[in-house]
Design a binder for this molecule. Structure first.
Ligand SMILES: [Zn+2]
Ligand SMILES: [Zn+2]
Length: 341
């Protein structure tokens, strides 16, 4: 659990289904040697998350720092359990990236039915949706009224558009993000799109926030405990998780601090490298917040995807089932002809 204002880890926990020492002792039919057993879970892996969330929230409440709002994906079991067991007034806020991803998935599902609904069109719809949300943050009534305009805007009807629309009262203006800047025309597509967007809950949409710091923390954990290595049968995983938390909260200088705590003097290389890395992280963090960087990132992303698309059209199908079979077949024919010659 990460604090919204500080961006630091305020609570963490881990669940272990197995303990190697206990397992070996059981296999050899003897008593396990004395060890700090980490095993604390016997349910399924899916049910670990709600349990951990409840535990962390309870801990926070014990420390007299109760949590009021929980930002996260739309995992309702965890939230409902937290409301029942910890605090009935706990408020839930969805993560904006998960919401956008869900809409994008729904649009990709109906993509096959309509020729006009290309990847570019879907991106344009999501973009307009994000602008609309950003400009009506906290106002569920305005969001409710503006949701259809996200779709109608793409069809050339700008009556309900908000400030985000740059084509209002400009009859000659073209769409920036749609293919060839032209309005969409398919009436059935309009109906389906309107259904997707008006199905959304305006109350939920009015107070979205981001759980990106958690995703970034996941990356740190992944660098310490990769998924393809099995560390979760001993204390190793706990230490790795603690190291990741220290790195998130204190920066790379945590290594030197741990050394000092243990009565060891940290080496020069340790402190110097940590300082360089911390400086680098801070520099990247400041740059990533600037408007220029964000625009450049978007530009490069669209460039990459258009390049990939044009390459794929030229190359034809290269990676799908049965393609290998055809390739072998051609080789065979070729060899047969060689033999004839
Ligand atoms: Zn054990
Ligand atoms: Zn518009």
């Amino acid at each position: 659990m990460i604090g919204k204002k500080t961006g630091k880890v305020v609570g963490y926990s881990a669940r272990y289904k197995r303990c190697r020492k206990c397992d070996v002792a059981k296999f050899k039919k003897r008593l396990p040697t004395k060890h700090k057993c980490r095993k604390n879970w016997c349910g399924s892996a899916k049910s670990m998350e709600p349990d951990m969330i409840v535990e962390i929230l309870k801990d926070a409440k014990k420390k007299d720092t109760p949590v009021i709002t929980l930002i996260g994906d739309d995992d309702c079991t965890a939230f409902n359990r937290a409301r029942c067991e910890v605090d009935s007034c706990l408020e839930k806020v969805s993560d904006i990236n998960h919401v956008k991803k869900n809409i994008s998935n729904r649009l990709h599902k109906i993509k096959g039915k309509y020729k006009e609904l290309s990847v570019k069109t879907i991106t344009a719809l999501i973009k307009s949706f994000s602008f609309m949300l950003a400009q009506n943050k906290g106002d569920s009534d305005r969001i409710k009224n503006s949701l259809p305009s996200v779709v109608l805007h793409q069809f050339g009807n700008h009556d309900g558009c908000g400030d985000w629309c740059q084509m209002k009262n400009k009859p000659t203006a073209k769409h920036r993000n749609l293919p060839w800047g032209a309005d969409l025309k398919d009436e059935n597509l309009k109906k389906d799109l309107l259904k997707v967007f008006t199905d959304l809950d305006p109350g939920k949409m009015s107070k979205l926030d981001s759980s990106n710091p958690n995703e970034s923390f996941n990356n740190t954990v992944r660098s310490k405990a990769p998924k393809d290595k099995h560390y979760s049968e001993s204390g190793s995983l706990a230490h790795r998780l603690s190291a990741a938390v220290c790195q998130k909260n204190e920066g790379y200088k945590y290594v030197a601090q741990v050394h000092e705590e243990l009565g060891l003097s940290p080496g020069i290389a340790t402190t110097v490298t940590a300082a360089i890395r911390d400086k680098d992280v801070n520099r990247k963090r400041t740059v990533a917040k600037t408007k220029e960087f964000k625009l450049q990132r978007l530009k490069l992303k669209s460039q990459r995807s258009s390049e990939t698309r044009s390459h794929e059209i030229r190359e034809g199908d290269t990676y799908c089932s049965n393609v290998i079979g055809m390739y072998k077949f051609y080789l065979y024919v070729f060899n047969k002809n060689l033999k004839k010659q």
